[in-house]
Write a new protein. Structure first.
Length: 128
């Protein structure tokens, strides 16, 4: 009877050690997955910002004026890329004058993320 109890305690102990080890592995995998998702979202945000800023410059060169809304960049109005950080197309736009164009005409000169979250670099996304 003593031998059975000792084997049972040993089996329970080994099971507990295995469960704790598996929990640790799962936690590290989840944190690695979260970092990978965050890095992918940040890279997508950078690409979207470059794409939209280039579209603003192209619009200004072709039309001779700055766009008034982001929908002006696409005739069909389907230009609205989602912000990968917020998940919505809620970009912050900077309105101003382009010195290369006609003075007094204002429009969108820059675009930023609307997210107030902090990036992996330690800067708020809205400053990108």
């Amino acid at each position: 009877m003593k031998l059975y109890a000792t084997k049972f305690r040993l089996a329970v102990f080994i099971l507990a050690v295995c469960l704790v080890t598996m929990a640790g592995i799962c936690c590290s995998a989840i944190s690695g997955w979260q970092k990978a998702v965050r890095d992918a979202n940040e890279e997508t945000l950078r690409s979207n910002l470059v794409y939209m800023r280039e579209a603003i410059r192209t619009y200004a060169i072709r039309r001779g004026e700055l766009p008034q809304t982001l929908n002006d960049l696409d005739a069909g109005g389907s230009f609205r890329l989602p912000d990968p950080v917020t998940g919505r197309a809620d970009w912050q736009v900077t309105i101003g004058e382009d010195p290369a164009l006609v003075k007094g005409k204002r429009g969108i000169i820059n675009v930023h993320s609307a997210s107030t979250a902090i990036s992996s670099q330690g800067t708020p996304y809205y400053t990108w």
